[in-house]
Design a protein around this ligand. Structure first.
Ligand code: AMP
Length: 217
């Protein structure tokens, strides 16, 4: 089991997805799960939307239940990459319980490091495919055709929580609630700091090397 930690805009989603393709293990993003539920208009989606659009965290008990359900599915047996979970100390405790129950130890926590200036630049230019969830950036990773997903032809949109006000709030929430996890995992000897300001291909190669050096399954 592999966890991706880092502030919003650090590239968790993009990097975790790429690494999951290389390692052939599922990429589990709690943010993606919520966005899918919101797009479908389910009760969970409606509930999550109230928090997400403002840049707040969805309550721990809800997120942990969802992750627990997802990790017990068959495709997770060979390992998985968690992106965006845990985000609080309480979630980290819940994850530890799940990992004990599933006999799947946490092998490494990748801490993606990126400056606040770069975060704002990345998030304000980010565009997401409404259909498949692929991530683009209007400058760094533009789609071949403006507003259209390269992979499925879906419409690209800007997340509600990528507005300047929500970004500021999400960063605050990150510093208050998620940053303490860095110390926790450092003390456990699991933390791997990664400079995530480099071009994406360089970071991917670095991550693959780390993954190959660890038995991540
Ligand atoms: P992300 O796509 O990881 O940036 O997540 C988008 C939003 O979903 C976050 O800003 C939160 O509102 C919510 N979310 C995702 N993962 C979690 C989590 N582990 N705990 C609480 N809220 C979450």
């Amino acid at each position: 089991m592999f966890v991706f930690l880092g502030p919003p805009g650090a590239g968790k989603g993009t990097l975790a997805k790429r690494l999951s393709e290389v390692l052939h293990i599922p990429h589990i993003s709690t943010g993606d799960i919520f966005r899918e539920e919101m797009a479908k208009g389910t009760a969970l989606g409606k509930l999550a939307k109230q928090y997400i659009d403002k840049g707040d965290l969805v309550p721990d008990s809800i997120v942990s239940e969802i992750v627990k359900g997802r990790l017990s599915q068959k495709d997770c047996e060979k390992g998985f990459i968690l992106d965006g979970f845990p985000r609080t100390l309480q979630q980290a405790e819940a994850l530890e319980e799940m990992s004990n129950e599933l006999h799947r130890p946490l092998k490494a926590v990748v801490n993606l490091q990126v400056s606040e200036e770069e975060i704002i630049r990345r998030l304000s230019g980010r565009r997401i495919c409404r259909n498949c969830g692929a991530i683009f950036h209007i400058v760094n990773m533009p789609p071949k055709k403006e507003g259209i997903c390269d992979f499925c032809g879906g419409e690209l949109y800007q997340r509600e929580d990528d507005t300047p006000e929500a970004i500021r709030h999400r960063l605050q929430v990150y510093h208050q609630q998620t940053e303490p996890l860095i110390r926790l995992y450092k003390e456990k000897g699991l933390l791997v700091d990664i400079n995530a300001e480099r071009p994406i291909e360089e970071t991917i190669q670095h991550l693959v090397k780390i993954a190959e050096g660890n038995d991540l399954h």
